[in-house]
Design a binder for this molecule. Sequence first.
Ligand code: F6P
Length: 327
Amino acid sequence: MKEKKVTKIGVLTSGGDAPGMNAAIRAVVRTGIYNGLEVFGIIRGYAGMIEGDIFKMESKSVANIIQRGGTILKTARCKEFFTYEGRQKAYQNLKKHGINGLVIIGGDGSFRGAQIFSNEFDIPCIGLPGTIDKDIDGTDFTIGFDTAVNTAVEAIDKVRDTADAHDRLFVIEVMGRDSGYIALHSGIATGAENILIPERQTDIEDVITALTEKQGRKKLVNIIVVAEGEKFGAAEITKIVTERMPEQEVRMTILGHIQRGGAPTCFDRVIASRMGYSAVECLIEGRHNVFVGIVNNRMHFIPLNEAVKKKQKIGEEWMKIVKILST
Ligand code: F6P
């Protein structure tokens, strides 16, 4: 069967925002217009699609946004899109505008919605991995990770200054509901003494033993970076360490949503621009229902349904590096 030609495309951001989403929107809009397509912005992700919050975008709609965090299209996590009735409403709204192709910038949950929608209503969808968590398999990078991790590094460096001044132990929570990548990278980059992540079982006795050994040789300044989704959580770890090591002063810092905001790094702007450009090329060339990743610095196209199943694994060697370098 011959593919229908894509002439009008919609672009939306969905799920948690990630720095670099604006750079991706800009690339989609400008590449679309360059190729003679009409481009429509959809506000608040799938929620705006259901409500019909859709507007025509011009080249100037995306002027002066490449350096801005957040997303000019706003974003949402939309439960209604996971009902058939919700998707039906969304389809009717796309039809009103004649939109026959979609670019979805978001995480694996957003891709799952796109896959179902595309199967039901025959609207080709292209996903762009936009999430600070870097928890999508099939791509070396996701839009926003580099910025978030650099924000975390800057903050942890500051905490280490005060930890050092007082000989304190800090438990620092970074984002990552299901993923330890921000913890792992920011922890390695700041010389953290331990990194606790959801992908690996935390052995609290190991944590205490390592700290006691350090205490024995008067190494009192310690940073433990804990991913949000780690099974104990930063508060519980702080409590346990405080109880078990009464001579050690312990404090906790939760970095929270500062990791989601701010100007995207050069790296995130560049990958977002490449991915946005590539998404439009995919729609034009008929390479549909994939998400665009980057592997070994080359564009990589993965079927949307495969993106939703996998999570990245963090191998033993990473933890070995942490242990050896933080003695
Ligand atoms: O998925 C990105 C992320 O920032 C996670 O790391 C975090 O757990 C979650 O979003 C927070 O979501 P919300 O902003 O809805 O609280």
